[in-house]
Design a protein around this ligand. Structure first.
Ligand code: PMP
Length: 360
């Protein structure tokens, strides 16, 4: 009864969260893990060494305000340091954006299907997430974002490339939206290093742009938790104001700085992902899947008729291969598979092929 009293005294937002699907436990180590868009390569030795060296400072609080890391990001991306915020992955920064810019009852617009974490963030804030259907579009439905229900949204969230579709919107479309609207646009570029272009050049020109980057995907550091936000100092300042003190740790600082200093080392990694993405897409379409063209480190594949995405996910899991099944927004017949090493992708394709044979 005591626990029931505690639980029922939680805010309505906190109680609503109970209705969302909960996270799955981490799988045993001997799975081919292709379900959360990690990059499978170990940190380069030189970056690794910076993490070890940082442990010597474990008894001290990390540097206040993430200054050295922000400075490194400012130099790398060509902006001034007061245009940069650093966080534990871009998810921390997304959370700050929701808290800073949305009051209960407000709304936020996102293209659908989109990154589902935004639902949780909106719910926590007591805000409404307007999911604007775009049918896996390769261009931006600007009209739909500026009129209709989305007209009053406090900000527009664009992930480019988008998750879970992998689609890429031309930067010129995003520029048109920024120019035509006074609304805040949050451009989440988590996967942009696998894409043909990026929105960095828009930063100086549009004060209504907040741009997010992460070291989780293209820099293979998902477990270290480093992300950046870029934008006008007054927007960035609001986010920094509400951020926890000492939000990052000494290893995140050291690894972040080291990765930025050795960015060139990762070019081969990005080439591998692009190449492997093409190879797997071709193989999957030969096995009867239909693919959305992807510019990220994953593929969204519509499964052959007869079984749905959930069935394929379970069949693959029995073969010790983990893929994502994201049934919302018309994706019941899809699976999303991350691009791993060649050996991992061979294991995935082998499992798909075995399952397909067993259906004949
Ligand atoms: N944005 C998008 C579109 C994502 O898919 C993810 C990771 N799934 C993130 C942001 C957050 O990544 P991180 O917190 O690791 O930077």
């Amino acid at each position: 009864a005591k626990l029931q009293n505690v639980l029922s005294s939680l805010s309505q937002a906190a109680r609503q969260l109970d209705a969302l699907p909960s996270g799955r436990p981490a799988p045993a180590a001997n799975y081919v893990k292709l379900n959360t868009n990690e990059n499978p390569f170990p940190l380069p030795t030189i970056v690794w060494q910076s993490a070890i060296a940082a442990l010597e400072r474990q008894y001290l609080y990390p540097e206040d305000d993430n200054i050295s890391l922000r400075e490194a990001a400012a130099n790398t991306y060509g902006v001034a340091i007061d245009h940069v915020i650093a966080g534990n992955g871009s998810s921390e920064l997304l959370g700050l954006i929701y808290r800073a810019f949305l009051a209960p009852g407000d709304s936020v617009a996102m293209l659908s299907p989109g990154f589902s974490f935004n639902r949780k963030l909106a719910m926590l804030q007591g805000a409404q997430l307007l999911e604007i259907g775009c049918n896996e579009a390769q261009s931006l439905p600007i009209e739909q974002l500026l009129v209709g229900p989305a007209k009053d949204a406090k900000f527009i969230l664009l992930a480019n490339p988008n998750n879970p579709t992998g689609t890429f919107i031309p930067i010129a479309d995003i520029e048109r939206l920024l120019a035509q609207s006074d609304r805040l646009v949050v451009l989440d570029e988590a996967y942009v290093d696998f894409a043909p272009d990026n929105g960095l050049r828009l930063l100086g020109r549009y004060p209504n742009l907040l741009l997010l980057r992460t070291l989780s995907k293209s820099y293979a550091a998902a477990g270290i938790r480093v992300g950046f936000g870029f934008g006008h100092p007054q927007l960035i300042g609001r986010l920094r104001n509400i951020q926890n003190v000492f939000n990052m740790n000494v290893i995140g600082h050291a690894v972040g700085i080291s990765i930025l200093a050795h960015r060139a080392v990762y070019e081969e990694n990005h080439m591998h992902v692009r190449h492997e993405r093409q190879r797997v897409a071709t193989a999957l379409s030969q096995l009867g899947f239909s693919l959305t063209p992807s510019h990220a480190n994953f593929l969204l594949a519509r499964v052959p008729a007869g079984h749905d995405g959930r069935w394929w996910q379970a069949a693959l899991e029995r073969q010790r291969v983990l893929v994502a099944f994201l049934p919302d927004n018309g994706l019941e017949n899809c699976i999303r598979v991350s691009i791993g090493t060649k050996a991992q992708m061979d294991a995935f394709l082998g499992a798909v092929s075995d399952i397909s044979d067993s259906l004949k």
